[in-house]
Design a binder for this molecule. Sequence first.
Ligand code: KIV
Ligand code: ZN
Length: 516
Amino acid sequence: MSDRVFIFDTTLRDGEQSPGATMNLQEKLRLARQLEVLGVDIIEAGFPASSPGDFEAVAEIAKNAGPDVQVAGLARCAERDIDLCWDAVKFAKNPRIHTFIATSPLHMEFKLRKTPEQVYETAIASVKRCASYTPNVQFSCEDFSRSDLDFVRRIVEAAINAGATTINLPDTVGYAQPEEFAAKVRYVIENTPNSDKAIFSAHCHDDLGLAVANTLAALKAGARQAEVALNGIGERAGNASLEEVAMALSVRRDYYGLVDNIKTEQLYPSCRLLSIIIGQPIPPNKSITGANAFAHESGIHQDGMIKHRETYEIMTPQSVGRTSTNLVIGKHSGRNAVRGKFESLGYSLDDQQLNQIFDAVKQLADRKKRLHDEDLMALVQQEIYRIPDRLKLRHVSVQSSDSGGVPPTAAVLMDVDGEEKSGAGFGVGPIDALFNVISDLVNRQPELEQYAINAVTGGMDALGEVTVRLAENGLNAVGRGNHPDIFVASARAFVDALNNLAKREAQGRRVHSQDS
Ligand code: KIV
Ligand code: ZN
């Protein structure tokens, strides 16, 4: 058996379908490009039959993907899904159709309302349809970990005969335990007569916090594809985290004896990019990428580190792309230095984009002495990768107060559909005052579902990164804003969320008119 493990990234499919992780087309393309730089083998770009937006995103990612990466789309075992999936992925140099059907008694009886024989027939007919389009077909037995293994074995054998070249065995509900999961995967591989004709894969969810452990256990048992997502995002508690699986395979190569194509120094930039795009901060204690993952606080640990780094550090921050010397760009940096810096972060900017970002860098450098990679990535995300907005914030002024006499006050100047508008008002706090004034100016009253603030980098002059989630008329949208002044960052995030809400409404109208 080969020792090569294929990394199948599902951030843009299973990850993107999780609450609060919605991305626009530009953001998906940007992330897909970074996944290629990171060295993933397969990008699962979306579920084309689920919406016109998903179809377009998968097709665009496929068109833009290079020759070293495969682009997969998801399809239920249904003719329309498979046809749409192929229509979207076919633009890729290496397209893959990933089709799935549930095989557990619970799912077959209550969700699909099909007998096992009907599921078997549907699965095989679907794999044949996929194989009529491409030789690169992946078949998944949804809810594998709660399925009858002899039924799985039978359906897998027939799927391989029908043209499947990858067989995915998911722990869809995050129920399995590592040794048990490994034993099930091993059983299917060892008892399927033609298992040598396919690569077996694990796709694990984190409901019991075991997604990474189960994925690694499956690799140890003979699976050679790991389905993972950056920051572990995905349905409910998420998928196995790409960065954790990759670093376990790298740090414990002695134990697993497996190799992959991941450039581990790209892990942190990739996870950070996703965090900025979806506005979900990385928790400080998160393995590999959290702010504390390489911090040593206790005296005993610090003493050990000074004497010999390996006493308390099993990998270096540099090996996952966290450099302590990432300070390069400042007030006096020239255009070439800025371009070079962005290139080193994986962004290749054209001249117009460079001009746009150069001015923004200078403005930020006027306020902030040291610009870190995180600041620059937040800036490029905000300035370049966004769809034109209906609402634009121009100026914000806020007065906070600790006395009942003068309530907190905010004044705002902004463009609403090209028209300049201004207003002032009060609130229970300065942020409330700001949000009230902006809501009045745009004539909307959304509900604030979530407000979070995070310091992008350490230090007193850290960039404040605010994320808000708004809901109105059954739709919700996330917005992000960053600025050294947290009130300006808050106003930007609020306006960003309003713009995203408007885009979602417009998209809803588009989908509706296409349906009718
Ligand atoms: O969790 C799951 O079973 C899935 C399948 C579609 C692979 O996401
Ligand atoms: Zn899943």
